[in-house]
Design a protein around this ligand. Sequence first.
Ligand code: ATP
Ligand code: MG
Length: 426
Amino acid sequence: MARKIQAIRGMNDILPGQTSIWQYLEAKVADVVNSYGYDQIRFPIVETTDLFKRGVGETTDIVEKEMYTFDDRNGDSLTLRPEGTASCVRAADQAGLLFNQVQRLWYVGPMFRYERPQKGRYRQFHQIGVETFGMSSPDIDAELIILSARLWQALGLLEHVELELNTIGTAAAREAYKAALVAYLTQFKDELDEDSQRRLGTNPLRILDSKDARTQEILNDAPDLADHIDDESRQEFERLKEILTSNGIAFTVNSRLVRGLDYYGKTVFEWVTTHLGAQATVCAGGRYDGLVEQLGGKATPAVGFAMGIERLVLLLETLELIPSEAKSQTDIFIVSMGDAAELATFTLAERLRDADKGWRILRHCGGGNFKKQMKKADASGAKFTLIIGDAEIEESICQIKDMSTGEQKNCVIDAVADYLSTKEQN
Ligand code: ATP
Ligand code: MG
């Protein structure tokens, strides 16, 4: 036998039993974002490597070690998108959608990062992202957070996630803070974890994110980012908190929350959960007023967030929050005996589909004896089984078996759709 070819490590198939959960989640998101007036945008999975180098930042984890980058046949360096924000900005700006305009956009799709695969962390994973442009005041930051809270509510997740907020100020404020932080941490350089030692020279803010216990201990006495925030950012942050509070959205301010991508400034936030182990963040975002200009466009304020679909699906599964209607379920199963009856099942099935009731109708294929067919009907989980044999054809009827009660009755073919829809309503 030929050797079977396996999927690439960290890149998962989403199998039939799972796709209905994904569709359920995606449909909820589409409803919620639509109710806030957001429009979907779609952009390619592959972009020039420069977009992410410039957009995400040369010293971020993503660009330093996580990108799938390759030369195409032309020798151009291309990268599988590791995130959506840079691509969204590129696409919207290229289409002239940004300058002097307000945009509320969202997207969904696969992202690629060369990370160590584990629960909740994969090499191909999927994000739903929401990005807004042209609005500089914190009411839009608040709107995005309220929108995400509505989504958690719709999914039954609101009590299982917590909002963490911070402001990381303007670029100037961060520079001043970086200098103070580096001066402090340099005294303990040898005691920091390896990544943090390296980041001291490249991206010191990221050290605040370190999971290393000794590094965190050292950080306890480090200068506080909050003490270095500029007045404008501080005021906007106060306003954001005020709007959230008046909307009943609970949050904690986490002054060590900085986010891993260079483009953020001012507001940053994460929704975290205690149910997924180390992969705790299900949704993360913030303000990135500098990015459009950094990518060659005209200065445009922007704020957005992205959530990881795999982590949300895991969370829904862990908490058993997937409603039964989210799982695809057969409504009607049709069996027959003999060639003429088989032909009649096609007509009947198409008729029922014409009724447009959203039923999932399975016609048994391939014949076989009656007992076997009824076993298939049982296994399908159908609510009703329709049976046609020679006798039924004679009279233009079929038998309807209610699978929950076992009750069986005859019904004129013309009346089957009406009969089933009345039954369904009861
Ligand atoms: P983390 O700290 O978990 O690595 P991140 O800061 O790199 O996350 P973002 O780039 O902000 O994450 O992406 C937003 C969301 O996308 C995350 O909160 C998470 O839900 C999801 N996500 C990010 N990387 C992965 C991955 N490798 N596998 C699955 N989901 C991911
Ligand atoms: Mg990451």
